[in-house]
Write a protein that binds this ligand. Structure first.
Ligand SMILES: Nc1ncnc2c1ncn2[C@@H]1O[C@H](COP(=O)(O)OP(=O)(O)OP(=O)(O)O)[C@@H](O)[C@H]1O
Ligand SMILES: [Mg+2]
Length: 245
């Protein structure tokens, strides 16, 4: 069974076709990374999966159930199963770290507060933020806030986690602490779609890598295949450009 199946997915902004027939299958426990130039459609793909941007055609299936993006209940259902963390962590500034992690499970999922509290503390522990449970976001570094944002997403007990450039707003010295958190998750067998410009990291943690260009996946394979023997000229150019940085 596939965890996530995307078939011929299309999306446009006005006249501009941004996703041009995306096909992608993600198996349970698999980490698939999306790479590609700026504007190739990586964020849009994640936004469409979450029901934040409307698809124009094609299908998204989560555990063999097709999402109906015209139906609020179908979209809510997918948001129970799939969580996303963005580049900008968007923590609630007026809530403590702990409240940030607990608010959706308690208020929206209506889960038992005591159980959620225990889970939230365990999650904060896992990302090395337990000691800051009572702190407010404004008093934390970017890397610390991003680790809280990841534990907030995990508190929803998602079956699939989407991470969109979670390190790109961070100072270089904070990148590794967030990557360590993601690395740890990757060992726990959570299904993930990862968008990242950290190519060494992508190569290390991904089971599969999809190279996107102009709204299409132009090359798909193991990290070994994509990084050492890219077949497409566009992928080769992309790799060469990356190597310059
Ligand atoms: N809200 C929007 N309205 C109109 N066009 C948009 C909108 N969001 C994205 N686009 C366009 O869609 C295309 C794909 O954007 P997207 O953000 O998915 O790219 P990306 O691969 O995530 O790029 P980056 O690596 O820079 O984050 C771009 O041409 C962008 O200008
Ligand atoms: Mg993007």
């Amino acid at each position: 069974m596939s965890q996530l199946e995307i078939v011929e997915l299309k999306c446009s902004y006005g006249e501009h076709r941004v996703l041009n027939g995306i096909n992608l299958t993600v198996k349970p426990g698999e980490i698939v990374s999306l790479i590609g130039g700026s504007g190739s459609g990586k964020s849009t793909l994640l936004r469409v999966i979450m029901g934040l941007t409307r698809p124009e055609g094609g299908a998204v299936r989560v555990q063999n159930n097709e999402v109906d993006y015209d139906s609020m209940s179908s979209v809510s259902e997918i948001r129970e199963k799939v969580a996303i963390v963005f580049q900008q962590y968007n923590l609630f500034q007026n809530m403590s770290v702990l409240e940030n992690v607990m608010v959706t499970p308690v208020k929206v999922q209506k889960r038992d507060r005591k159980v959620v509290l225990e889970e939230a503390m365990a999650l904060l522990d896992k990302v090395g933020m337990r000691h800051k449970a009572e702190a407010y976001p404004a008093s934390l570094s970017g890397g610390q806030q991003q680790r809280v944002a990841i534990s907030r997403a995990l508190a929803l007990k998602p079956q699939i986690l989407l991470l969109d450039e979670v390190t790109s707003a961070l100072d270089p010295e904070l990148v590794s602490e967030v990557l360590n958190t993601v690395r740890q998750l990757s060992r726990e067998g959570i299904t993930m779609i990862l968008v990242s410009h950290e190519m060494r990291f992508v190569r290390e943690v991904s089971h599969k890598v999809a190279m996107m260009d102009q709204g299409k996946i132009i090359e798909f394979g193991t990290p070994e295949e994509i990084f050492t023997a890219p077949r497409h000229q566009r992928t080769q150019d992309f790799m060469n450009r990356i190597a310059w940085h």
